[in-house]
Ligand binder design. Sequence first.
Ligand code: RI2
Length: 310
Amino acid sequence: MNQVEDTAQKISTMEIRGAGRIARAAAEALRDHASKMEASSLEEFDSSLSRAAQTLLKTRPTAVSLSNAVMMVIRYQGGEVEAARQSVVDNASRFIESSLRAVEQIGEIGSRRIRNGDTVLTPCNSDAALWIIETANRQGKDITVLATESRPRYQGHLTIRRLEKAGISTELIVDSAVRSVINQVDQVVVGADVITVNGTLVNKIGTSQIALCAHEARTSFMVAAETYKFSPHTIMGDLVVIEERSPEEVLPDISQFRHVRVRNPAFDVTPHQYIDVICTEVGAIPPEMSYLIIKEKLGWELGKATGHQP
Ligand code: RI2
């Protein structure tokens, strides 16, 4: 199995997970593919690269970080094979480096909104969100974190291990405990799989319920999102596909049942009205400014349907 197929399998099974990590893994796989590919013509190079891109793109339909990363990598310059190969390799390296730098910048910017003594609630296991929490901790701020388990895949258990290692005081709660504790919370910090053109957030299932509780309690709700998680296609009216994962993730012995079905959406939708701020690597913005990010960072403009096409 080559690196593209191996990476695609690991993203599908969530061995590689997290919107940022899957984007970087896809870029690395395409970089490997381009550097090793034998092509006697540009047409051959194109079709091989396109097949590799499609293999990766079909793994997780919701995360726009994956499709944005693939598009940024395969959009090469050069009229012959070796120039195209080098361009794809350089694009992939540039994306990986900039995406790693982006979470550090988000950590720096978002941590300024965390005060000494704050209690911060975070669901799932978002690298960007945890960079904000860890950066605030490194600044000497005394914070307590409430981490939700995030069924059915329990990504919250990854979060408590990371915060334990960072020496940050943490309480693990079940997902349905959020409304019971929300009045103790000063700041909610969540990651993002998609930010749409009007600032709506698509993130791990359960995020919208947390936003609803925060809104009712007047608790600040912050999203940590790199600019490559903003979706250009929603400018064109496209709706975000919500990934439905296998029933066995929720009920391993579902096959014993004849009259019971399992619904297992992996993400949900939080309207922009419930979001106070989106922390990106270029600044903290209100959700209403999302179009500007898509226009200025991703190169898509209203009325210009193409934007940066491969
Ligand atoms: P980072 C994750 O999805 C969660 O929804 C998380 O909030 C989001 O990706 C962003 O994660 P999954 O891969 O890029 O656990 O901030 O299904 O790490």
